[in-house]
Each structure stands twice: as structure tokens, then as C-alpha cells.
Design a protein around this ligand. Structure first.
Ligand code: UDX
Length: 431
């Protein structure tokens, strides 16, 4: 089969490259951004993702994958097309489907034979059906076009591994024809496959992401209570984790969840629910807890200084989690804004996120390439991302290099006793 993947963002690119790597079909990745396409043609990945670039090069060389901006020829004789464009958040919390509709329209206008359109993007329940009607209204040929849902569950930083080792491949279809095509596409993937209807597939994606967000907010809520009653969230989480009904993942309290999925998907499901006349109280609470948690340490820090004006503050970690250069919805952003509004001089360190941080903060903050330079003469330090280089840092340097060794750790990177022994004023989460 000839399979086209529309959109070369995290989801589209990783999907296309992993399908090519497993073999069996010819893959064509299309994107409106011709700059990205020429990078990909020469084997360069536009995103930082472990193992991805090697696979792009290898499958390019083997002619198992092509990259193009020529939609007409890409869709003309395709058997299936994955849509993996963004569905960003609107200001009211709902999902913006403009990119999806535009991709759907281009497919409708260019497809010349029967084609299965597979939506990978996270979309509100009912969207697959809506897009199917929309495409059929705009199609130019008398061909069969159906839409199927195939949500993705990959996390940034481990996207390639998550795709190959997917815990499940969810296939949401309304016909045997669509089901057979999707099973054929994934014939070389030995992962658990769940076939259901489209609305359920769409819901599985939101319900999974929102459950994880809920789990994190629950742990952050409990962590805040731990501080008040004198318990230690690290031990509490460990104690909970032995119960395999709870599991050991996503129990880390911190400065809240960020990224391109949880913040958007919690708000989108809450909005969708409200617009159907039902309030999802649990998800509303998860969103509220997260908003408060993001600024928890910055607010606490104001008790330690008369004023932030001209105070040198170090920020260690800018990305929303380790292993990615992405800052979308990162807790660091609201914290830096909070500090800048109060006149602080912010110096930031991140192993890979600085280029993206510059797009947000420009020259309003200073950027350095190592921890020593960030904390030198600083009067306060915030840890926003648990990068290994930060966790393995020699903590005695906080005392040696900072003007005042005052560390607010939003990711519980260090042992309290170690910080105390080194004469550091240390505040973390839930301990
Ligand atoms: C997430 C889902 O994991 C993935 O399945 C889905 O397809 C897309 O959304 P991603 O946003 O890339 O992936 O990263 P993830 O590792 O899930 O982390 C999201 C946020 O939660 C990060 O800000 C992280 O720091 C935070 N987090 C995660 C916690 O605060 N505590 C935890 O225990 C786990």
C-alpha cells in the first residue's frame, strides 16, 4: 500500500518513520512547511527525539520513505492517509480543528481512488464522523472515502520506543473495509490491537491522557497536604506503588504537568463535557490543582526576600520534562514571568531547551550552558526540570557559588539531608 502521513510534527514524523522501519508499505510524509521537508530529505530531523534521525536516514537510503510538499501527487494514488496535524487549544479550552479541516479538504480535492483517512490527532469525540461527512462533501471523484480513528500514545523523548513498544494500537472503525486496511497497515506490529467504534477510540485517547493528568494532580494535592502534616511524599508514593492496582508510574509530585498534551487534553475534555451539559468535576479539579502547583514555589519564595527587584535568580531546567527540547506549557514559563514581573534578573540553564526558550523570552533573561554559571552569585535558585545533569550535580557548589544558597526544587532532585549537611536552605515538594 501507499500510505501518506500528513503533518511532520512529533506524531506524524514518528508514525511515518516507524511504519517505514517496520516495512511492508511505501510511506510518504507530506507537510506544508517546505523548509522541514528539505531537512528531512537530507536526513535531518527537525525535532530532538532519541533514535529518530538514524531511522530517517536509514529509511531514506532504503527508499522506504519519501518527504514532499506536493500534496497532489501524494494523495492522488494513496491507499490510506494518516492525519497527524495539531489540534491546539482555543482560548475557551476547546480544540481548534482548523488544521485538521484544511488537511481533510486537501485530501478530498486530490484523492483519485478509494482511500481510508486515519485521524491520529487527538480530537473531540464525534470529530471522525464530522470529518468523514466533510470530506465526502468536498471530494472531486466518485470514490469511497471513510475516516477511521487511530489515536497515538507516544510521549516526547521516548516517541520511537513508545511507537514500537506501544501498549496498544487502538483502531476505531465503522466498517470491515476500514478495519482490514488498518490491520494490514500494522501487520508487522506485534502489539495488542483493540478494534472499537470511532467515538470510543476518540474517548480512549482523552480518557487515558486525562487520567494520567489526574494522577499527577492527585499526587501534587497529597504532596501539599504532606507538607502540612509532616509526611514525606516520596515515601508515600513508594508505599502506594507496591499496590499494583495503583502502579508505580506517574506518582511523582512536582511543579505540575506541562507539554503539548495534558494541559490541552484536560481542558478540551472538560469543555466538551460542559458543552454536552455535563460537568467533569474530577478533570476540573485536576486542571485547578495544576495551575496552582505550577507557581507554588515561586509564591513561597517571596516570603524569603524583601523584594525581587534586581535579585539574581537562577532557573535550572526550562523544558516541560527531561529528554525533550520542548517548552510548551512548561512550568518554567509561568515562573520566569512571575519573577520578571517583579524585577528579578533571571539566568537560565537547560541542556537542550535554550533555543526554544529564546523564542519565548528573547533577551529578557540570560542563558548559560552550565549550572555553575547559572548559580554563580545568585540569591535564589529554582529547579524546574529533573535533567540527569541537575540531579547529579555536586550540591556543595550551591553553597560555594551562590550569594545566598537558597534552593527551591520543583522536582525533588536531592536528598533533604544532603542539602542540609551542605548548609543549603532547601525547599522541595511534599517533604
Ligand atoms: C503524554 C502521555 O504520556 C502520552 O501517552 C500522550 O500521547 C501525550 O502526552 P508527554 O506530554 O510527552 O506525553 O510527557 P509525559 O512524560 O507524559 O509528561 C507530561 C508531564 O507530566 C510533564 O510535564 C511531566 O513532568 C509531568 N509528570 C509526569 C509529573 O509531574 N509527574 C509524573 O509522575 C509524571
Amino acid at each position: 500500500m501507499k500510505i501518506v502521513v500528513a503533518g511532520t510534527g512529533y506524531v506524524g514524523l514518528v508514525t511515518g518513520v516507524c511504519l517505514a522501519e517496520r516495512g511492508g508499505h511505501h510511506i510518504v510524509c507530506v507537510d506544508v512547511n517546505s523548509e522541514k521537508i528539505s531537512m528531512l530529505k537530507s536526513g535531518i530531523s527537525p525535532i530532538y527525539e532519541d533514535g529518530l534521525e538514524e531511522l530517517i536516514k536509514k529509511n531514506n537510503d532504503l527508499n522506504r520513505i519519501e518527504f514532499t510538499s506536493d500534496f497532489e501527487s501524494a494523495y492522488g494514488d494513496a491507499d490510506a492517509v494518516f492525519i497527524a496535524v495539531g489540534t491546539p487549544e482555543r482560548s475557551d479550552g476547546s480544540a481548534n480543528l482548523d488544521y485538521l479541516k484544511s488537511a481533510a479538504k486537501t485530501i478530498a480535492e486530490n484523492a483519485k481512488k478509494d482511500i481510508l483517512v486515519i485521524i491520529k490527532s487527538t480530537v473531540p469525540i464525534g470529530t471522525n464522523e464530522q470529518i468523514e461527512k466533510y470530506i465526502n462533501k468536498h471530494k472531486k471523484e466518485n470514490i469511497r472515502i471513510e475516516v477511521a480513528s487511530n489515536p497515538e500514545f507516544l510521549a516526547q523523548g521516548s516517541a520511537v520506543r513508545d511507537t514500537f513498544e506501544a501498549t496498544r494500537i487502538v483502531i476505531g472503525v465503522e466498517s470491515e473495509w476500514a478495519k482490514e486496511i488498518l490491520l494490514d497497515i500494522y501487520k508487522n506490529f506485534d502489539n495488542h490491537k483493540l478494534v472499537t467504534n470511532r467515538n470510543s477510540a476518540e474517548m480512549i485517547k482523552y480518557a487515558s491522557n486525562d487520567f494520567l493528568a489526574l494522577k499527577i494532580s492527585y499526587m501534587n494535592d497529597i504532596a501539599n497536604l504532606c507538607e502540612i502534616v509532616g509526611a514525606d511524599i516520596e515515601d508515600v508514593a513508594l508505599g502506594m506503588s507496591f499496590d499494583n492496582r495503583i502502579g508505580s508510574n506517574f506518582l511523582n509530585a512536582g511543579v505540575g504537568y506541562g507539554g503539548s498534551c495534558f494541559p490541552k487534553d484536560t481542558k478540551a475534555l472538560h469543555w466538551l463535557s460542559n458543552s454536552n451539559g455535563y460537568e467533569l468535576k474530577t478533570i476540573k479539579a485536576a486542571i485547578e490543582v495544576n495551575e496552582i502547583q505550577k507557581l507554588k514555589l515561586a509564591k513561597k519564595s517571596s516570603d524569603f526576600v524583601e523584594s525581587f527587584n534586581n535579585l539574581k535568580v537562577a532557573i535550572l531546567g526550562l523544558t516541560y520534562k527531561p529528554g525533550t527540547d520542548d517548552l510548551r506549557e512548561a512550568p518554567s514559563i509561568v515562573n520566569i514571568r512571575y519573577l520578571l514581573e517583579r524585577g528579578a534578573k533571571v539566568v537560565a540553564f537547560d541542556p537542550v531547551g535554550i533555543d526554544n526558550a529564546k523564542k519565548i523570552f528573547g533577551d529578557t533573561i540570560a542563558y548559560v550552558n552550565d549550572i555553575d554559571s547559572a548559580i554563580l552569585d545568585a540569591e535564589m535558585c529554582f529547579i524546574m526540570t529533573e535533567w540527569e545533569v541537575i540531579k547529579n550535580y555536586d550540591v556543595s557548589n550551591y553553597k560555594k557559588l551562590m550569594k545566598r544558597p537558597l534552593v527551591f526544587d520543583g522536582r525533588n532532585c536531592y536528598k533533604i539531608s544532603e542539602m542540609k549537611d551542605n548548609g543549603i536552605e532547601y525547599y522541595s515538594i511534599g517533604r
